[in-house]
Design a protein around this ligand. Structure first.
Ligand code: GLN
Length: 299
């Protein structure tokens, strides 16, 4: 089929981009092979294409945030979640202690403060089961990455203590950060991420299993927040250039979900100054241009 050939060509064209650095604040991630490169597409009819290092598994990291947010919305409803976590872009880095000065609420669920709060609203089994439903298979935790990140998670602990000080989370900060870090350490490949993104793009129905994973309004809410906050302090650059809801993670993954059209995922570990994969961003810019994916493009 010409589609895998096209995807391979995009990978090839972006492989000369070698800017950026591995995430060093999580020691295990600093050991990753910086040259890994993979791309996958999942269509609403349930076809999955994956090229490059498509069988390499990596930790999901911040790409877990939209999916955990979806589960919290299902379990608690929109109002209860909004009471604790807002939907405004912070314009700050992902690990900034961005809390609304008046309420102490994290500005949005895509930055660590918001994601730690969202995680505190879910129990451990729910995270495992919910992510399995999005992926269409059980996901394992990379125990080494989990332990490695937890060792140096001073910043996330500081955020969690601030959150409890403001009454935003009730649980013990160390337990919440442990659980949140486990959530970030779930192992995926690009195909898993593409299908998870496609489930959001497909109004909450998994394109392969046919299971309704989340209600339609939840998928819409999550895609909206990914649009405004998914790429952190590069959200404006991303949306003007690429123009689709997206989320990046510090291990080098990037997902993009095109409503009604499918999910994409790219993986390459070197990151730009915002913590977004340099090649991942390049790949999506190219895909968006070639395929006319920009949501603001008037047909
Ligand atoms: N686990 C990472 C952290 O909390 C996730 C950050 C990311 O992927 N941007 O710092």
């Amino acid at each position: 089929s010409p589609l895998p050939d096209y995807l391979s060509e995009v990978l090839q064209a972006c492989s000369d981009e070698d800017g950026g650095e591995l995430a060093a604040y999580i020691p295990e991630l600093a050991d990753a092979d910086p040259d890994r490169l993979a791309l996958a597409l999942s269509t609403p009819s349930g076809t999955r294409y994956a090229v490059g290092d498509a069988d390499v598994r990596f930790t999901i990291q911040s790409i877990s945030k939209p999916f955990a947010y979806a589960l919290a919305l299902v379990d608690h409803g929109l109002d209860a979640v909004l009471e604790r976590v807002g939907v405004e872009p912070s314009g700050d880095a992902f690990n900034e202690i961005s809390l609304d000065p008046a309420t102490g609420r994290p500005l949005n669920p895509m930055i660590n403060a918001g994601a730690i709060t969202v995680h505190s609203m879910l129990d451990a089994d729910r995270v495992q089961a919910g992510f399995a439903a999005f992926a269409g298979r059980d996901l394992e935790v990379d125990e080494e990455v989990h332990a490695s990140e937890l060792e140096s998670a001073d910043r996330n602990h500081a955020i969690a203590y601030m959150l409890r000080n403001h009454g935003i989370i009730e649980a013990k900060p160390t337990e919440v950060v442990d659980g949140y870090t486990r959530q970030c350490s779930l192992l995926v490949d690009v195909g898993d991420l593409a299908v998870m993104a496609a489930t959001l793009a497909n109004a909450g129905v998994h394109p392969e299993t046919g299971e309704r994973v989340v209600p339609r309004w939840v998928a819409r809410q999550v895609l909206s927040v990914m649009t405004t906050c998914g790429m952190y302090d590069a959200a404006g650059d991303w949306f003007t250039l690429v123009g689709i809801p997206a989320k990046s993670g510090v291990s080098g993954g990037v997902i993009g979900a095109l409503p009604g059209k499918g999910g994409f995922a790219a993986f390459s570990p070197r990151l730009d100054e915002h913590g977004n994969s340099t090649r991942g961003v390049r790949i999506f810019e190219r895909l968006s241009r070639d395929m006319g994916m920009h949501l603001m493009e008037v047909p």
